[in-house]
Design a protein around this ligand. Structure first.
Ligand code: FAD
Length: 434
């Protein structure tokens, strides 16, 4: 499609290898996919992330609800490149990108120049300006988010155990915002944690006074799914003791109260936000016209228009599927495949060949509601529910985990929890000096 950009093999190199420098911003699914596909290319690869670990977002809610240990959702980035001698990893925060000068600036280290750039900085929470959300809501997009929510829940339950008046005040009630996969998975996992583990841990706190309320602005849960899945999901959650409020919008959030636009006030000391994403704020500095959710439009070969040496992958990118012309969702599998494709296209350019357009191989959109209960819809519209969907969900997510060690850890934890209903991560470790 595209020929090698002029100047792409200029003298902008790292070290003294004289090879082209590929700078990959973000060590998420997209960034890792791109870096790995460059393992055998004659280039120097630098991966930069603000954390020293890769976050496995799809399982964050399992950390927040004590099913998985923290380390199962974060893998050391450096560990992923031990077998890739042409790759270097730095922990640093990107603060600016200069396309014209082919240079990226960081908060903690000197700028780096590049011959090829991969933008894989992902997306973060979007509170849509809801009053009090920034200060009081618990989003679910990063590992610190998941750990913060886990610790907060444990502390609220311990406080309510010491003082019954707090139960009346809503200390153990949770409002979950958003009827998409993140909200559904969080509400389902909280229900299992409360109704099985906490019911035994805190016999003095009646479960009917520990409300889990799922609030969705639209008229149905999981709007992207077919109607049989939407009604199955609602019933499965209600069976687990989740109250589903449809057509309701959160107006404001205070530390112990959530007010809906309808005027209803829910006493709840915890609000989990799973309602919206926006691409990394860095994109506003790029000087390109952004799409919905501040996503950077990618060309069919995933390069950025006017910059054949820059590729946008994953949640930061607005990617249109070459075959179907559909805009692809912000999913781990899309990010990984797009990252790999960008890496392959860079390798082609370096070898003097043209790039290829990206085609997504869809494994279906899915969400798990609880133990043995999941829903899947394939692109062709086929649906799967219940235990078989749960097994397929497990297989797809194990395939996404970055190393065999992570996969083994997840299998052991899931299997153990499946047989015993145990959640061994249910402890709160204070690190402050009190
Ligand atoms: C709660 C939740 C559940 C999900 N469940 C599923 C699921 O079941 N299945 C599925 O396929 N997908 C799921 N997703 C979506 C999936 O996780 C994302 O689509 C995927 O992680 C996107 O990959 P990415 O590489 O684009 O971005 P990310 O994985 O977000 O990686 C971006 C990286 O960039 C780094 N970064 C960001 N800003 C900077 C900066 N300024 N400087 C340096 N580094 C920076 C971050 O630290 C991060 O490591 C879920 C997402 C969430 C939040």
């Amino acid at each position: 499609m595209t020929s090698p950009p002029s100047g792409a093999t200029s003298d902008r190199t790292v070290g003294d290898t004289g090879r082209p420098h590929v700078l990959i911003l973000g060590g998420g699914f997209g960034g890792i996919g791109a870096a790995r596909k460059l393992k055998n290319a004659d280039v120097d690869v630098t991966v930069v992330d603000k954390n020293d670990y890769h976050t496995f977002q799809p399982l964050l809610y399992q950390v927040a609800t004590d099913l998985l240990e923290t380390a199962a959702c974060g893998h050391p980035l450096r560990d992923l490149f031990h077998e890739q001698p042409n790759a270097t990893v730095h922990e640093a925060t990107v603060t600016g990108i200069d396309f014209a000068g082919r240079e990226v600036r960081f908060a903690e280290m000197a700028p780096l120049t590049y011959d090829y750039l991969v933008l894989g900085l992902g997306a973060g929470v979007n509170f849509f300006g809801v009053e009090g959300a920034e200060q009081h809501a618990f989003p679910m997009y990063t590992l610190p988010d998941a750990v913060r929510l886990k610790e907060h829940l444990l502390r609220r339950w311990e406080a309510a155990d010491r003082d019954a008046a707090l139960v009346q005040d809503g200390a153990v009630n949770v409002v979950v915002v958003g009827g998409g996969p993140t909200g559904i998975e969080s509400a389902g996992a909280l229900a299992e944690l409360f109704r099985s583990n906490f019911a035994q841990d805190y016999p003095g706190i009646p479960q009917d006074q520990a409300r889990i309320v799922l609030v969705e602005a639209g008229s149905a849960l999981m709007p992207m799914f077919r109607s049989d899945i939407r009604s199955y999901t609602k019933k499965a959650l209600e069976k687990r003791g989740v109250e589903v409020l449809l057509g309701e919008v959160v107006a404001s959030i205070e530390p112990t109260r959530v007010t809906l636009e309808s005027g209803t006030v829910i006493e709840a000391h915890t609000l989990v936000w799973g309602a919206g994403l926006q691409a990394s704020p860095i994109v506003e500095l790029l000087g390109v016209e952004l799409q919905h959710g501040n996503r950077v439009p990618a060309q069919p070969d995933l390069s950025v228009a006017g910059h054949p040496e820059v590729f946008a992958v994953g949640d930061i990118a607005w990617i249109t599927d070459t075959k179907t012309k559909d805009v692809l969702p912000q999913l781990g599998s899309v990010a990984l495949q797009a990252g790999e494709h960008a890496g392959e296209n860079i390798a082609r350019l370096i070898a003097g060949k043209g790039t290829e357009p990206f085609e997504y191989h869809d494994k279906g959109t899915m969400a798990t509601i609880g133990r043995g209960t999941a829903v899947i819809q394939t692109r062709g519209g086929h649906t799967l529910k219940g235990r078989s969907a749960s097994l397929a969900w497990g297989a797809v997510h194990l395939a996404l985990l970055s190393t065999g060690e992570d996969r083994a850890k997840a299998v052991v934890d899931w299997t153990w929890a499946g047989f015993t209903h145990e959640r061994p991560g249910r402890i709160s470790v204070r690190t402050d000096k009190d």
